[in-house]
Design a protein around this ligand. Structure first.
Ligand code: HEC
Length: 279
């Protein structure tokens, strides 16, 4: 009996590992076509792991970096100003959100004369984009800056053996923010503002957007590239997955339920088969 259980566990583990290995090598094969670039370093995040939580102060700083720097080129179309008041997110006050929204001009209309006009933003408006359309952005910058609403979830990459085995057990899901940090710190050819160690092909249309001292913080956090890049990556991860804390709480409850349920099933099975096996 115990033997059979053990065998079963080993087989399941084997099948799982094989699945992970196959999945990863398929991913690796796909990305071989782009020029070689190093795998971004794994960073430490408050929102990693099964009990991870966002740090509102970090998200507020990250928003400032987005607002002062990234928003000059990148849109954030899926986020509304009022989302910034999310208590599990940046936790800005309603008054702060209202004041912020009012600093933006939003196209509205048409009015009675059939004309479009501009009005100050309201908390329910979404972040407008500085460019009229993607063509205008491309004409100005040489490439379209991707919308940032989902960027931190959309960028991922295979990690080489044996990392991906550990990743499965440590629930590593933060490739997106790690990649953003890597890109922001990847301008390692001093004379060339368009050479990036981590961008596929190394030539990036985005000129180096951040350096030490570029953004003023009011909470005393260090005004360094390292700090900025972590803060803005955390903010973008929240933007892409605002319900992260709920998801993790639910996942934990489901695990507890499954463990209890497995125990109940075990005893039920023992009872049902008691007469048959003679135990
Ligand atoms: C001067 C305009 C400009 C600014 C400011 C800017 N970006 Fe970009 N960004 C771009 C463009 C253009 C691209 C597309 C690059 C390409 O395709 O070669 C890009 C691409 C990126 C990428 C790579 C996306 C991918 O496709 O993998 C990341 C990450 C990124 N930006 C993050 C940021 C962050 C974070 C900030 C703010 C700190 C920022 N950018 C500020 C113009 C800008």
């Amino acid at each position: 009996m115990a033997n059979r259980l053990g065998l079963c566990a080993i087989t399941t583990a084997g099948v799982l590992l094989l699945g992970i290995a196959l999945g990863s090598s398929a991913g690796a094969a796909e990305s071989d076509s782009s020029q070689a670039h190093p795998v971004p370093t794994r960073q430490s995040w408050t929102f990693a792991g099964p009990f991870g939580k966002f740090d509102p102060e970090q998200l507020q700083r990250g928003f400032k970096v987005y607002h002062d720097v990234c928003s000059n080129c990148h849109s954030l179309k899926l986020v509304a100003f009022r989302d910034l008041a999310d208590p599990d997110g940046p936790d800005f006050s309603e008054a702060q959100v209202k004041a912020l929204a009012a600093t933006y001009k939003i196209e509205a209309g048409p009015n009675d004369a059939g004309q479009m006009f501009e009005r100050p933003g309201r908390p329910s408006d979404h972040f407008p984009w500085v460019f009229a359309n993607a063509e205008a952005a491309k004409a100005a910058l040489g490439a379209v800056p991707p919308d940032m609403s989902l960027l931190a979830k959309a960028r991922t990459y295979p990690r080489p053996f044996p990392l991906f085995i550990f990743d499965a057990f440590t629930q590593y899901q933060e490739q997106g923010p790690d990649y953003i940090v890597a890109i922001l710190n990847g301008y390692t050819h001093p004379g060339d503002d368009h050479w990036n160690l981590y961008f596929p092909g190394h030539k990036i249309a985005m000129p180096r957007p951040l350096k030490d001292g570029a953004v003023q913080y009011t909470d005393g956090a260090p005004q360094t590239l390292t700090q900025y890049s972590h803060d803005v990556a955390a903010f973008l991860y929240w933007a892409a997955e605002p319900k992260l804390e709920d998801r993790k709480k639910m996942g934990f409850r489901v695990m507890v339920f499954l463990i209890v349920f497995a125990g109940l099933l075990y005893f039920t099975k023992k009872r049902i088969w008691a007469g048959v096996t003679g135990h």
